[in-house]
Design a protein around this ligand. Structure first.
Ligand SMILES: [Zn+2]
Ligand SMILES: [Zn+2]
Length: 150
C-alpha cells in the first residue's frame, strides 16, 4: 500500500492529476444525483487522502449543483473529475475511471441502493441503503486495506 502512485485525466486530456497515496476506500454510488451527473447507472470513486492528490495540468471548474460539496469538472470536455465533499477536507473523492490504470478499482462499498436502478449490480461486498453510519467508516477503511492487500 506504500508507494501507491497513479496518474489520470479527463476525456480530452486538458486536465491531468497525480495520485501519491493509496485510496482509503473505493465506492459505487447509486443516488439519483450520481446517476444524473455520470449519465449512467451509478458513479465510481476512490477516496484519496487530500495530501496525496494533485492537479498537475489544467484548471478544473466547479459544476454539478454548485453547492457546499464542490464537484470539479474539466472546463473543455466537461468530464466530472473529483469532488471535495462538504466538511470533509481530509479526502478527495476521485472518479476512479479517470485513472490511466484502473486496476483494483472494484468498489468495496456501494451507497444509496434505495435509489438504485433495478438492473444495476456493482458486486461491492458492502451495501448501504443510504450512507454508512459515521462510526462504520474506520472499520470499513481497515477492512478495505486488508481486502486490497490480498
Ligand atoms: Zn477534458
Ligand atoms: Zn451519489
Amino acid at each position: 500500500m506504500t508507494d501507491w502512485k497513479r496518474e489520470g485525466g479527463c476525456r480530452c486530456g486538458q486536465v491531468r492529476f497525480k495520485v501519491s497515496a493509496a485510496p482509503l476506500v473505493t465506492m459505487a454510488c447509486h443516488c439519483t444525483g450520481c446517476q444524473k451527473m455520470s449519465s449512467s447507472a451509478f458513479s465510481l470513486s476512490a477516496a484519496i487522502p487530500a495530501e496525496g492528490f494533485e492537479v498537475t495540468q489544467g484548471e478544473p471548474v466547479i459544476g454539478g449543483l454548485h453547492g457546499a460539496s464542490r464537484h470539479y469538472f474539466c472546463p473543455h470536455c466537461m468530464s466530472w473529475m473529483f469532488t471535495r465533499p462538504e466538511g470533509m477536507d481530509w479526502f478527495v473523492n476521485l472518479r476512479s475511471p479517470l485513472l490511466d490504470d484502473t486496476s483494483g478499482m472494484t468498489p468495496f462499498i456501494e451507497t444509496w441502493t434505495s435509489e438504485k436502478l433495478p438492473f444495476a449490480q456493482t458486486g461491492a461486498p458492502h451495501s448501504y441503503e443510504a450512507l454508512p453510519p459515521i462510526e462504520a467508516y474506520e472499520g470499513l477503511m481497515k477492512e478495505y486495506g486488508a481486502w486490497t492487500a490480498k
